[in-house]
Design a protein around this ligand. Structure first.
Ligand SMILES: Nc1ncnc2c1ncn2[C@@H]1O[C@H](COP(=O)(O)OP(=O)(O)OP(=O)(O)O)[C@@H](O)[C@H]1O
Length: 326
């Protein structure tokens, strides 16, 4: 890996220029096992701007955890370059490690101690003042439950305590690998709110996930990967605008409507509830095609694309078998 004299910059929507907190260039990770060579990360160029929450999205097995482990010096890259806060890593990780918090694997807390006691032990071992414990508990919304023993915590509370532990050092970058894994909807909501608050407080958060619905609500920007390769990256609004616009249409006779639309060059699929999803941003063309066959609309709604449909479109066929990534 070689050093570079200039700071890379990313240009977002509207010409906004922002410093990059995380960069990778041509990052590659190969694993060798008895079945041969397995490429988990395939020349990945990642650019995470400072501030806000950046989604790192991909199907299971697409290389998210492996990438994060390389960034944190927990796994060695086969090839490529990585920078955190403009420092080459892993060589200069000691220079930036105090600015980075990460929840990658479940941290070890003592089950018989309270949440607060666990954090106090940790804060003293890393030499930060006890007041940081109060601040961290406050940020993750555990005030009021901090005197409960860890073993009595719900999964969501355990995950929030793990995030609180990383906040003791007041990191500028927080890396969270699938933080909502195994949580119920209430737990997911709690973590989502915590992450959103952190982003609003100016912490840059890299949030890896394969669950899109909740990510869309907190991320300002995102990178979507499949088979260890970048598929798309940018502000969430840009990603949403990149796909095919569509309309939802309700009619009495969906089958006939589908045929009329197809004949007019407007592809449509039928949803579970019998309504049609027409791939077109032209409501007049849809109305015209149906009226020509005397099919009358009872609903015509423009559909805002969601990150989930963009993700599914981009990662179609990316669900990985072991062979897929070889
Ligand atoms: N230590 C290892 N040895 C061999 N293969 C590995 C190792 N770690 C990961 N892999 C493989 O690398 C690929 C990427 O795995 P990784 O855990 O990075 O994906 P992921 O996107 O984080 O998936 P998930 O969403 O399931 O956590 C997978 O095919 C996985 O089996």
């Amino acid at each position: 890996m070689t050093g570079r004299p200039v700071v890379e910059r990313a240009v977002g929507t509207g010409g906004r220029v922002s410093e990059l907190v995380i960069e990778t260039h041509g990052l590659r990770k190969e694993f060798r096992d008895r079945r041969g060579l397995h490429v988990a990360v395939h020349g990945l160029d990642l650019a995470v701007p400072a501030g806000g929450v950046h989604g790192f999205l991909g199907p299971n097995g697409s290389g998210k955890t492996t990438t994060i482990r390389m960034l944190l010096g927990l796994a060695r890259a086969t090839r490529g370059r990585m920078r955190l806060f403009d420092h080459e890593v892993p060589q200069h990780l000691p220079d930036v490690v105090d600015r980075v918090g990460a929840v990658v694997e479940s941290p070890k807390f003592s089950p018989n101690l309270t949440g607060r006691r666990n954090l106090l032990l940790l804060s003293r071992s890393i030499g930060v003042p006890d007041t940081q414990v109060d601040a961290a508990l406050e940020t993750v919304g555990l005030v009021g439950r901090d005197a409960d023993r860890y073993r009595a915590y719900s999964l969501g509370m355990k995950q929030r305590l793990a995030i609180a532990a990383t906040l003791l050092k007041q990191p500028q970058l927080l890396i969270l690998d699938e933080p909502t894994n195994g949580l119920d909807p209430a737990g997911i909501r709690e973590i989502r709110e915590t992450i959103r608050d952190l982003g609003e407080q100016g912490v840059t958060v890299l949030l890896s996930s394969h669950i899109l619905a909740e990510v869309q609500q907190v991320c300002t920007s995102a990178t979507i990967i499949g088979r260890g390769r970048m598929l798309a990256s940018g502000h969430v609004d840009e990603l949403l605008d990149a796909g095919t616009p569509s309309h939802r249409v309700a009619v009495d006779d969906p089958a006939r409507a589908g045929a009329l639309l197809a004949a007019a060059g407007l592809p449509a699929t039928t949803d579970d509830d019998g309504r049609l999803r027409v791939e077109s941003d032209d409501p007049a063309a849809i109305t015209r095609a149906l009226a020509a066959g005397e099919v009358w609309l009872t609903e015509l709604t423009p559909l805002r694309r969601d990150l989930e449909s963009v993700f599914l479109e981009l990662t179609a066929g990316e669900a990985l078998g072991e062979e897929g990534a070889r």
